[in-house]
Design a protein around this ligand. Sequence first.
Ligand code: K2U
Ligand code: ZN
Length: 186
Amino acid sequence: MSVLDIRVLGDPVLREETTPVEQITDELRALAKNMFDTMYLAKGIGLAAPQVGRSERLAVIDVNEKAFVIINPEIVESDSKTSKAEEGCLSIPDVYGDVVRPVHVRVRAMDLDGKSFEIEADELLARCLQHEIDHLHGKLFIDYLSVLKRRGAMAKWGKEKDKYPGFVRKLEIDPARAHEHPDEEL
Ligand code: K2U
Ligand code: ZN
């Protein structure tokens, strides 16, 4: 198990376009595995490559025990019906805001075997897919907030950001599980 550091708001990597994946290598497979380990430890249901400092167009998702690796994902259909729900982001800890998004989306992506597949999603899975695909294009949930709400979110972040020198969020690893990754110091 390899837990990666999470990049937080302020790191330019979170605002950059990602690069489409051309070839699926063992290194990319290892990255996806490490992203799942990191996401689970951070108690997330999604994690995109820029959030661990990588520029590949790849994200991992696990909503209600349905886990996916989405490579070069595209939203090919989205519902005109929208819903509003509170969102957070592992890269903007302790900041939340209401985001309006289409309730239903159809996403086309490639899996780790290089096979193209489609996901029909609604509710939380649809929201998570949209949140992660936004990450792959340098977009964050705070971009959807009203001016006032965004100002409030940024004020809150102003109080939090000093906890993450170098825009890096290091996840606390439970000492009882340290044996699972002996190569890392506690
Ligand atoms: O990409 C991320 O930062 C992980 C996000 C994904 C997400 C945000 C809002 C709504 C759905 C997914 C979250 O921080 S994961 C935390 C979480 C856990 C359960 C439900 C919603 C969000
Ligand atoms: Zn996020």
